[in-house]
Design a binder for this molecule. Structure first.
Ligand code: AOF
Ligand code: ZN
Length: 366
């Protein structure tokens, strides 16, 4: 049973925010609960970039009652004029007595100033309650707002022996329906979905989000160094979501023009034979793509990993063994000579997804 204390209300604010994951663009997910004299008098969640922040909705509901109340906010109230006015001023105007904050806002435009401003005005502020959970929920925002680079989650589906297809290339299906459903939720929660041209040529995927209820489609990003993408591919013709193709500067101008005419967006990254992946990430960041779900084949996964561009790894593994030296693996790169050089994951977790397991963690680059 939940015990009635500060955590009781903060976890409600976190639960509300968590359900909005994926719908706030580059903004964080934030919840707010306003409590007075033993009752909840206002609740709010940030729902969409450019619209009201969590505090604004909750205070709106609380109305005049907010005077003397406690506000529980999952992220430090903002102190700047962004697309909306500062929340700390809104809390001050509402005359709340106490603000409990889960964690500080890493946005350099805020970074402690919101809390400072509330304290200056005599409001009691406590920081850190369930802060780990709030930080975890906003891992994508936290990276993007401090680096302007997208947070990249690699998702793979493999057998226990690390193969993503059989030696004949058969890959339908590696994992079961529970894991595949989770992948569509992950798509909903990322702004971009990225694959290599090899995957498009082999499978002609739609790269859209299919859930039991309507969901958000990420921008489809295809790494296609020499513009092999056929004009007849689903990602070109179906118009369900934006498609961005990333090619090198050398790639054929005429083909580029055909793709642009077909409605595809084009980024050029790198003057060599292969797309310069770090430059591609910077350019996607400039387009305000704050998070990417990488569903690559082994080559792209290996290149992204060795370039240090993957933030989080989610390996879905089916309890199956397919074998075959020629069967493609999750990571296809030259590899290291010594075990001591291996890229290690930290904060690892194991979860069951139907009959499959999901191993997740964060690669550490040295
Ligand atoms: C809050 N409460 O609910 C959110 C905050 O462009 P804007 O006006 O939406 O501002 C975006 C910034 O505001 C974002 O980068 C982050 O620092 C903060 N988000 N702050 O007090 C909220 N969503
Ligand atoms: Zn705000």
């Amino acid at each position: 049973m939940d015990i009635l204390n500060d955590s009781y209300y903060m976890s409600l604010a976190l639960d509300m925010a968590e359900k909005a994951a994926g719908q706030t663009d580059i903004n964080p997910i934030v919840g707010c609960v306003v409590v007075k004299d033993g009752r909840i008098i206002g609740i709010g969640t940030h729902l969409k970039r450019g619209t009201g922040h969590a505090e604004v909705h909750a205070l709106q509901m609380a109305g005049e009652e907010a005077e003397g109340a406690t506000a529980y906010v999952t992220l430090e109230p903002c102190s700047h004029f962004g697309k909306t006015p500062p929340c700390c001023e809104r809390l001050i105007d509402a005359k709340v007595a106490r603000v409990v904050v889960a964690t500080t806002d890493p946005n350099p435009q805020v970074a402690g100033r919101g809390i400072e401003r509330l304290r200056e005005c005599g409001i009691e502020v406590e920081v850190g309650l369930l802060g780990e959970r709030s930080n975890q929920m906003n891992e994508k925002f936290n990276k993007y707002i401090t680096t302007k680079l997208p947070f990249v989650t690699l998702k793979t589906a493999s057998t226990l022996d690390g193969k993503i297809a059989s030696r004949t290339g058969d890959s339908r299906w590696v994992t079961g329906s529970a894991a595949r459903e989770q992948v569509h939720t992950l798509r909903h929660q990322h702004m971009g979905i990225m694959v290599g041209i090899g995957t498009v040529l082999a499978d002609d995927p739609q790269l859209t989000t299919r859930a039991d209820v309507p969901a958000l489609h990420p921008v489809r990003i295809v790494i296609d160094s020499s513009l092999k993408l056929p004009l007849t591919a689903h990602v070109v013709t179906d118009r369900t979501a934006r498609t961005i193709v990333i090619a090198t500067e050398q790639a054929d101008d005429a083909k580029a023009q055909e793709l642009l005419t077909a409605g595809v967006e084009l980024i050029r990254a790198g003057s060599g034979e292969q797309v310069d992946l770090p430059e591609a990430m910077r350019k996607l960041g400039e387009l305000e793509i704050g998070s990417i779900l990488l569903e690559g084949g082994g080559k792209l996964n290996g290149a992204m990993l060795t370039a240090g561009l993957i933030d989080k790894i989610m390996l879905y593994m089916a309890p199956k063994i397919i074998g075959g030296a020629a069967a493609p693996g999750t990571f296809d790169f030259e590899g290291f000579e010594k075990m001591a050089q291996a890229i290690e994951l930290e904060r690892t977790q194991v979860e069951q997804a139907g009959a499959d397991i999901c191993i997740s963690g964060y690669p550490v680059y040295r």
